[in-house]
Design a protein around this ligand. Structure first.
Ligand code: FAD
Length: 458
């Protein structure tokens, strides 16, 4: 190995540099998905942007792989690696709200829980993920769907500026005016273009929401899915709702004799005037009897953390996803066949709606290109015993394969598995050539390659 030594890196970095010989190594190498059980040569617990520059320089100068970790939630475990350097940003979690300008600046290790806690104090929010433990960084860079996206747009559509450490170790601030090609690529292009050390978001007023899950008998899911595809088309944009399949957890609002049963689920979040919620949700409630329901008024951060306990860190995970412009009868038939076979309590399928504000942005306006997709489906298996790896992944794979003829060739990069690298061009379609050109400008040697990888143009 040429170049600087670990001691040089330690001298330069303010944060700890954790190697296999150090106490805490096993904790430092851990990411959310336990199948990513990797052994990096060094984990740099970055304390500031300077440490990120140090980690990037070290990886480039030694020729080691570089993994960048924000919230660590990547399903393929891109936030760690074997034998390389991890720039671990997860300790940087500050969020500063500027209520006068309706913006917030967030550190790259912040989670949506951190972000929402800070912004909700001002009655403000931006589109974030469904689960509060997910990192803002990876989610924003891939696009970003969540409860508020039908009226506020994707998370990346609310990105105002970003500070980035590029592959050559430079620190750049980028926005619509400064390095606009880089700013364009960051909004959907994933972690391909550099390590982002600060994100600035546009905020919007978001008051209490009326939100929560409704659970239905499986026999009603056909009519619910057919209803959903029509209803969501014209539903007010402050309504986000998604159907799926779910094993009933042992929660007090669910009758005890149904705990452990596989049921249909519809999660709703109404962020319009609370007094309108009953009227807006009435057609859904009238459709079929509910086995259980826990929909009610709550602060936005409460719905954002309502499902955290179902998806704790440290379990084994396998994910796949695809976009669809229509939820066809054939696709519904696939869901009805495979969805009820969810293999464990935390495994699920969700069909997210993306019509509304996300579709009003032109496909070439940001790297995220699938603007006409009205639905994004994610299928995820979650289990704890390594002996279940093959069987649990097979459920996801078979389901996804059956759905593919009724889906777009591309999908959401943040719902892809490690085995989806051959879909990267399809995910970006007409934007891929421009992304490859931007990649050549900012990362010609593909230092940032542990992601859904965009290769530098030749
Ligand atoms: P990490 O594993 O830290 O990073 C993910 C990718 O981004 C890696 O390639 C990494 O290198 C890169 N990256 C991370 N930080 C930086 C940085 N600062 N600069 C440059 N590159 C960086 N997605 C949604 O859109 N909506 C949801 O509701 C949603 N819910 C989810 C719920 C759970 C429980 C999980 C596990 C995932 C969910 N996702 C959702 C998917 C999520 O968007 C991705 O897993 C995302 O990559 C997580 O970001 P992270 O920072 O936590 O992950």
């Amino acid at each position: 190995m040429a170049g600087p030594t670990i001691e040089d890196l330690r001298e330069r970095a303010r944060g700890a540099v954790v190697t296999p010989d150090d106490d805490g190594y096993d904790e430092a190498r851990k990411v959310y998905n336990a199948t990513a059980d990797r052994r990096p040569a060094a984990v740099v617990r970055c304390a500031n942007a300077g440490d990120v520059m140090a980690a990037v320089d070290y990886a480039r100068e030694t020729g080691l792989d570089l993994a960048v970790r924000g919230g660590g939630h990547s399903a393929p475990g891109f936030g760690t690696c074997d034998g390389g350097v991890v720039a671990d940003l997860s300790g940087l979690r500050g969020v500063r709200v500027d209520p006068a300008n309706l913006t917030a600046r967030a550190d790259p290790g912040a989670t949506w829980g951190d972000f929402n806690a800070a912004t909700s104090a001002f009655g403000l929010a931006t589109t974030g993920g469904i689960v509060s433990t997910t990192g803002i960084a990876g989610l924003t860079l891939g696009g970003g769907f969540g409860y508020l996206c039908r009226h506020l747009g994707l998370t990346c559509d609310n990105l105002v500026s970003a500070d980035v450490v590029t592959a050559d170790g430079r620190f750049l601030t980028t926005d619509a005016e400064r390095h606009p090609d880089l700013f364009w690529a960051l909004r959907g292009g994933g972690g391909n273009f550099g390590a982002v050390t600060s994100f600035e978001y546009r905020l919007s007023p978001v008051g209490p929401v009326v939100a929560g899950p409704m659970l239905f008998e499986l026999e009603h899911m056909g009519s619910i899915l057919r209803f959903y595809r029509e209803f969501i088309r014209d539903a007010p944009e402050q309504l986000f709702l998604f159907p799926g399949f779910q094993t009933a957890p042992p929660l007090p609002f669910i009758p005890e004799n149904r705990h452990g049963d596989v049921l249909g689920i519809v999660v709703v979040c109404w962020s319009g005037p609370p007094e309108d919620a009953d009227r807006v949700l009435r057609p859904l409630r009238d459709l079929a009897p509910r086995v259980a329901e826990a929909v009610g008024p709550m602060p936005y951060p409460a719905i954002n953390s309502a499902f955290d306990a179902l998806l704790p860190p440290g379990l084994r995970e396998y994910w796949k996803g695809s976009f669809a412009t229509e939820l066809t009868d054939e696709a519904i038939a696939v869901h009805l066949e495979h969805g009820p076979q969810v293999p464990t309590l935390s495994s699920t399928t969700h069909i997210y709606p993306l019509n509304g504000a996300p579709q009003r942005v032109a496909p070439e306006a940001t790297a995220y290109s699938y603007r006409e997709a009205a639905f994004s489906t994610v299928i995820l298996a979650v289990w704890d015993d390594p002996a279940g790896d093959e069987e649990k992944s097979a459920w996801v794979r078979d389901y996804y394969t059956a759905l593919s003829p009724h889906s777009e060739p591309g999908g959401y990069v943040n719902f892809m598995g490690a085995d989806d690298q051959d879909r990267v061009e399809a995910n970006y379609r007409g934007n891929y050539a421009r992304l490859a050109a931007v990649k050549r400008t900012y990362d010609p040697d593909n230092l940032f390659h542990l992601n859904q990888n965009i290769k530098p143009a030749a």
